[in-house]
Design a protein around this ligand. Structure first.
Ligand SMILES: [Zn+2]
Length: 512
């Protein structure tokens, strides 16, 4: 019999703490729906006390999800717990996740509290959360650098106060697998009433060991793994969901554990996260990188053709990388589009379908085959960004070897149309200058990159920009067969994210 492991996804909370990765409410809801389809057991939807925007996003997700537990994060204070409960209370399965730091360095310098005070605080917070729901998780921030016996004492007290899950985070990504598994074993053996709760782990990837540490902990009896899609998160990121899942899936004899994840949804979910957050997946990333299943070397290819198992330990189809994709073309009708989008996980209203269908037709005029990646970009730009303040309505650029590059742009700003022009040292620079002038923004362009969304010379160009304004950083993405238009879309998207950050600052770093 394989042991059941619970997957706690924190892409929307810890993942959003990746620099520049803020998501708007519609994007969060879309991602939450996809994560439920993927089969995560618990979804940490946000930190409701952080901002009104975060509260609303968590509340929307709580109302929408049917089978997945929805957790809201809260510091060990009544105000935070009230906010968290306010946001998750309408969920089919709500969870309050409260935390306090337990390492000497955090208690002394950050909290300025004694060990006794920390225990008292933790117990009070868990009891208070318990007055709202039976489903309460307690985390010991910086757990991996905490005194073991003290940690067991805190966990024991939290369990006695009613915590159903106690989480041991490696907040700063400091642990080494052998050491971490010893620690997990120690906690399992020495925490009073440990059998009444589930032990969870939450690892960070600062030393590239997040997945290794998580698997080591699972082997010692941890039953919940906290993870993110593509491993995004604070600094070097979190444990990546796809790596843990595929390790369990590929090595069942060594790791006899099961989860509720449908592995075929891994790749589409990874693409969605990358598209929404603007954070590209590195090509050599395990499981979801562009090269993860590409066998470049000739000798490998020969072996793979004769029998894939010579070099492939996993099948690409298992993670949802389908080799013969269904594509849509110019003649595909509304019905075909709707049913294909539905297969991809997008359930659109009639009004939304109208918008997407129009954009799809425009694209199909320029591009022979419209692939899943193209449709994702169309839906993302047409629907998920509908609440944007700035929208690009029109742009025209002129450039060449003998003219000064110039762009004329029409934007809508909160529904009001404005027009303007700008010059630059190239067409993209000119277009950015025109947009900056119209929006009255003063962001600095830190990075600019272009890639092709699919294969083929008629592929859509996908542009990513990284912008900074007043110390805030935002990523923007845009796709279009014309890379100058894609660039303008990405720039406008980045500016919208900066506007969102101005009113919804991401809570200060170093949470769990
Ligand atoms: Zn974390």
């Amino acid at each position: 019999m394989s042991e059941r492991i619970y997957i706690f996804d924190t892409t929307l909370r810890d993942g959003e703490q990746s620099p520049g990765a803020s998501m708007n409410a519609a994007e969060k809801l879309r991602l939450a729906t996809q994560l439920e389809k993927l089969g995560v057991d618990v979804l940490e939807a946000g930190f409701p006390a952080a901002s009104d925007g975060d509260f609303e996003a968590v509340a929307n997700i709580a109302r929408k999800l049917k089978t997945t537990e929805v957790a809201g994060l809260a510091r060990a204070s009544k105000d935070d717990i009230d906010r968290a409960w306010g946001a998750v209370q309408h969920a089919a399965k709500p969870r309050i996740h409260t935390f306090i730091a337990t390492s000497d360095i955090h208690m002394e310098y950050k909290l300025r509290m004694s060990r006794e005070q920390v225990i008292e605080n933790a117990v009070e917070a868990v009891r208070y959360a318990k007055s709202f729901t039976d489903n309460v998780e307690f985390s010991a921030e910086d757990g991996s650098r905490s005194d073991r016996d003290f940690l067991c004492k805190v966990f024991g007290a939290a369990i006695e106060a009613g915590a159903t899950v106690v989480n041991l985070p490696d907040t700063v990504g400091y642990a080494i697998p052998g050491e971490f598994s010893e620690m997990v074993r120690y906690v399992m053996d020495h925490t009073p009433d440990m059998h009444q709760a589930i032990l969870s782990v939450h690892c960070h990837n600062d030393l590239g060991l997040a997945t290794a540490n998580t698997l080591a902990a699972i082997q010692e009896g941890a039953k919940q793994a906290e993870v993110t899609i593509n491993g995004i998160g604070e600094r070097a990121g979190n444990t990546s969901l796809e790596e843990v899942i595929m390790a369990l899936h590929t090595r069942p004899n060594y790791l006899p554990m099961s989860t509720n994840i449908t592995t075929e949804h891994i790749h589409p979910t990874s693409r969605l996260v990358s598209m929404i957050t603007g954070i590209l997946v590195q090509p050599n990333k395990a499981i979801v990188g562009a090269n993860a299943f590409a066998h470049e070397a000739g000798i490998h290819q020969d072996g793979v053709l004769k029998n894939p198992m010579t070099y492939e330990i996993m099948k690409p189809e298992t993670v949802g990388l389908n080799t013969n994709k269904l594509v849509l073309g110019k003649r595909s009708g509304r019905h075909a589009l709707r049913s294909h989008l539905k297969d991809m996980g997008y359930d659109l209203s009639d009004e939304e379908l109208n918008i997407v269908f129009k954009k799809f037709k425009e694209l199909a005029d320029k591009k022979k085959h419209v692939m899943d990646e193209d449709l994702e970009a169309v839906v993302n730009e047409g629907i998920l960004r509908s609440s944007d303040i700035f929208r690009l309505e029109y742009q025209h650029v002129s450039s060449g070897t003998t003219v000064l590059p110039m762009a004329s742009v029409k934007l809508s700003i909160n529904g009001r149309e404005v027009r303007g022009a700008g010059y630059g040292n190239g067409p993209i620079d000119a277009s950015f200058n025109a947009i900056a002038k119209l929006t009255g923004t003063e962001s600095e362009l830190l990075r600019f990159s272009v890639s092709a969304l699919t294969g083929g010379t008629d592929a859509q160009g996908e542009v990513t920009v990284r912008l900074r304004e007043n110390g805030m950083i935002a990523l923007g993405k845009g796709a279009d067969p014309d890379i100058i238009t894609a660039s303008a879309k990405a720039y406008v998207n980045g500016l919208n994210r900066l506007e969102y950050l101005k009113t919804n600052p991401v809570q200060a770093a170093q949470v769990l």
